[in-house]
Design a binder for this molecule. Structure first.
Ligand code: HEC
Length: 146
């Protein structure tokens, strides 16, 4: 009986250890570099899957591959972003790449009209853009990565 109980405890302990390992974030190398780049975004954006959007910007943990205007808890999307979403803008690699270089120019071109945009930040460096996109792609659906 005692042995059975101890075996039970051991199974529980192993299961707990197993889930702790599974919850560790592992990223491909380009995404690891992108995590460093994402520090520049963190002035405004939260990257934790379970964090609400900050007043400054929407949480973007799961933005990759989604239609623009992802977060219902961010009330301040600009006119330009709202229109682009209505026109079907989806955050693929190419779209994020162009958006980050110059958000206003990107949205003006996408919409065909120059409306107010809200992201006053540009990331010109191509490699850093590719890396941060690799990071966004890798963390999508993985709450243990941020
Ligand atoms: C100065 C603050 C600021 C910084 C820094 C910033 N952003 Fe943003 N970002 C915003 C705001 C505000 C919006 C909403 C834009 C709008 O509505 O026009 C936004 C929107 C976005 C969106 C679209 C979100 C959605 O819900 O559709 C993506 C993707 C994004 N940012 C990525 C990034 C990445 C990646 C970085 C870093 C490389 C970054 N941003 C840096 C403020 C910022």
């Amino acid at each position: 009986m005692l042995i059975k109980t101890m075996a039970g405890v051991l199974v529980v302990a192993l299961a707990a250890a197993g889930s702790a390992v599974a919850a560790e974030c592992s990223l491909p190398p380009d995404a690891v570099a992108g995590k460093t780049v994402s520090n520049q975004c963190k002035a405004c954006h939260a990257f934790e899957a379970d964090k609400p959007s900050r007043p400054t910007a929407p949480t973007i943990h799961d933005v990759f591959g989604e239609k623009a205007v992802v977060r219902k808890d961010f009330p301040k999307y600009s006119e330009a972003m709202t229109m682009a979403s209505g026109k079907g803008l989806v955050w693929t690699e190419d779209k994020i790449f162009d958006y980050l270089a110059d958000p206003k120019a990107f949205l003006t071109k996408f919409n065909g009209t120059d409306l107010k945009n809200a992201m006053f930040f540009q990331l010109k460096d191509e490699q850093k853009r590719k890396q941060v996109i690799a990071f966004l792609k890798a963390i999508k659906g993985k709450p243990e990565c941020n």
